[in-house]
Ligand binder design. Structure first.
Ligand code: WT7
Length: 669
């Protein structure tokens, strides 16, 4: 592999070879300095999981101590650190100031347009080194501003912002006053924001005038205005000025973030929160059309992200420069850009924009500039970088890197090896971290100083976590494939689905009983007990590490008057892991130009949900394969899309339909 320069490197034989043979023990120099260097922690944590987690909770600052580590008397509704009181923002900020770390940089923020793309000249304010003291002041002022608007403990506050230090301050400001933040990824369409504000009964929404995309401002506030009527509970909208676009403001409802913060007091007392008080809601896709509001609480969540961030990323807070390339709008951003790193006193990099703007070496230039030591990203991004070619990273000095991470989907061994060789210079361990919005923190992962890794496997559960593979009857499969479950409560576990306790139980805790968490992934366990994620067991698809529900895309498609019926499937895609393919039956007469309708509908989905949900292909058909009872057979659609031999079609109402759909799939390519 070394020396091979192959643009658009294809998966192939090497993947298979690696998957079965090559392993990577921790380099001895790395192991010698690692935070986790004693393999006995696995047995110790397994023997006394509550003691293990409590040892991490003790590192936090509690306003009142807890009386009980875990109350699991009413599964699946866990209570961790019962009776304890603390504040998440005080743990991320005040604690470090008190320890004399106020001058430490919390966030090296880099704007997408930090340098003028034409002249190469540095723009003012394009690079900000925000210290813990500064982040604390921003947070305190924002918290005071929110309190001034009458917002307090238990109120839900929406956050729809680009990647800015203000976004972190907004989240921490909510935590400071006990408000529950509900962050919506900035790439989602305003209609998705409105839906999530309505479901959560949010009283306030913090957004920006616009977000920069590839150097161009894309309006956010104006888009929010268009859907304001659909979120009647939102009484105030705060607008961060990112691009100076000066959007219209509705008096009484809309406020300038900077004006309110400037007028607010620089000290805002942190609300003492119960360990089990909600910290945030984060909506994610499920197998139905309605997103699920995952609810995380305070003490357990903070304990989970603190422990995992310190051990898995081997954080040495005095010396490391840590960079998680995710967006704050996803759980990865919540846990490993905001709460984990800040609770651990880390110095992080936060980059606002696209990895290939203005050129394909942008990420590598950032690593070189700040001397990044730990880098965490998604396989889909690694594959994009592979395609752009190794000449881009090779232009930069990446020797500061000592650890690499991957998250969001299985990483194919070829991408793993490229990451290891080209980015990590062959010296950096890779942590392939498996987890979910619901788990709050990483669950299956190597510990970089202890675990011998196998490319493509997330390896073994984090200490204190117990994972199993079950068959349909609930019997454990020690070696082989089946349904992945977690069989022991953990502190950062979701507590419920916001306002939907029953759905929480039905979705995750019904299949194998109230004490067994159904993950939704299928997995295989090998002869060494290593876990390999192989796919989903429901109608959820994973596009570029983003979770999407086929039902959500289907219901959006049929909400368009030109569509009578729709079926959406995920198909394997070399770059994005999976891609969305939709089959639609048009309303009324078949259109003369199916391609034009398909293009229109693709854009429609992008405006309704967000670009990330835009189907790669839409095939217009007269009918869809259905069972006699009228159920659409998505399995056959998947076979068609994969170009596979069609299986049993005898249960179909009309077998000719399949052949017709198949020929249209080919014609409309
Ligand atoms: C789903 C969770 C949690 C981070 C971002 C996604 C898939 C996540 C891995 C991995 C294989 C992975 C699973 C999981 N997934 N990480 N390392 N290897 N699959 O969060 O949107 O809640 O999605 O992403 O299918 O269930 P999410």
């Amino acid at each position: 592999m070394a020396g091979e320069h192959n643009k658009g490197e294809q998966p192939g034989e090497l993947d298979v070879l690696l998957e079965t043979e090559q392993t990577f023990p921790p380099p001895p120099e790395f192991a010698a300095q690692a935070n986790a260097n004693d393999p006995a922690i696995y047995e110790q944590a397994a023997a006394d999981p509550e003691g293990w987690w409590a040892s991490w909770a003790e590192r936090l600052e509690w306003i009142a101590p807890y009386e009980q580590v875990l109350d699991w008397s009413d599964p699946p509704f866990a209570k961790w650190f019962v009776g304890g009181r603390l504040n998440a923002s005080a743990n991320c900020l005040d604690r470090h100031l008190a320890a004399g770390l106020g001058d430490r940089v919390a966030i090296h923020w880099e704007a997408e347009d930090a340098d003028d793309p034409e002249t190469g000249e540095e723009r003012e304010g394009g690079r900000r080194a925000v210290t813990y003291a500064e982040l604390s002041e921003m947070t305190n002022r924002a918290a005071g501003a929110l309190r001034g608007l009458g917002i307090g403990k238990g109120d839900v506050v929406g956050i729809y912002l680009p990647m800015l230090p203000e976004t972190v301050a907004a989240m921490l400001a909510c935590a400071r006053i006990g408000a529950v933040h509900n962050v919506v990824f900035g790439g989602f369409a305003a209609a998705s924001v409105a839906e999530r504000m309505e479901f959560s009964g949010a009283v306030c929404l913090i957004t920006a005038d616009a977000t920069l995309r590839r150097g161009q401002p894309v309006p956010m506030k104006a888009a929010v205005d268009e859907v304001a009527a659909e979120m009647p509970t939102v009484e105030s909208i705060l607008v961060v000025d990112r691009c100076g676009t000066d959007p219209p403001m509705t008096p009484g409802r809309d406020h300038s973030w900077s004006d309110l913060c400037a007028a607010a007091d620089p000290d805002c007392e942190a609300e003492p929160m119960d360990s089990e008080d909600p910290l945030f809601i984060l909506y994610t896709s499920g197998s139905t059309g309605k997103p699920k509001g995952i609810l995380h609480t305070t003490g357990g969540y903070l304990t989970g992200v603190t422990a995992t961030h310190r051990l898995i990323f081997d954080l040495h807070d005095e010396t490391d420069v840590y960079w998680c390339g995710a967006d704050v709008g996803w759980i990865t951003g919540h846990s490993y850009i905001v709460y984990g790193p800040l609770a651990n006193g880390a110095t992080s990099v936060m980059y606002e924009g696209a990895p290939n703007y203005p050129a394909e070496d942008r990420w590598w230039s950032i690593i070189e500039r700040y001397g990044v030591t730990i880098f965490y990203t998604a396989p889909t991004a690694i594959r994009a970088c592979m395609k752009w070619g190794r000449e881009h990273p090779e232009k930069h000095d990446l020797s500061s890197l000592r650890l690499l991470g991957s998250v969001g989907e299985p990483i194919n061994p070829r991408a793993w090896l490229w990451y290891h060789e080209v980015i990590g210079g062959g010296r950096c361990p890779i942590v392939d971290t498996w987890w979910q919005t619901e788990t709050g923190a990483i669950m299956i992962t190597p510990l970089p100083g202890l675990t011998t890794t196998k490319p493509g496997s997330a390896t073994i559960p984090f200490p204190g976590v117990e994972a199993k593979i079950l068959d349909d009857e609930g019997k454990e499969i020690e070696q082989g494939a089946g349904t992945l479950v977690l069989t022991r409560p953990w502190p950062s576990m979701a507590r419920t689905l916001y306002r939907e306790d029953e759905r929480f139980v039905e979705t995750y805790w019904d299949r194998y009983g109230r004490e067994t968490y159904l993950v939704g992934d299928a997995a295989r366990r090998d002869e060494d007990g290593f876990f390999w994620i192989v796919g989903r067991i429901d109608d959820v698809i994973n596009v570029s590490g983003h979770r999407l529900s086929t039902m959500e895309v289907e219901s959006t498609l049929v909400s368009n008057p030109q569509v009578a019926e729709a079926a959406v499937i995920g198909v394997p895609d070399e770059m994005t892991g999976q891609a969305i393919v939709a089959f639609v039956i048009p309303e009324g007469q078949a259109p003369p130009e199916p391609e034009a309708l398909a293009a229109e509908l693709r854009d429609y989905v992008a405006t309704k949900i967000g670009k990330l949900a835009r189907p790669k292909r839409i095939v217009v058909c007269d009918d869809l394969p259905k069972t006699r009872s009228g159920k659409i057979m998505r399995r056959l659609l998947r076979d068609i899309a994969a170009g596979e031999h069609l299986g049993d079609v005898t249960t179909l109402r009309d077998p000719d339909v399949v052949r017709d759909v198949e020929s249209r799939f080919r014609q409309q390519a």
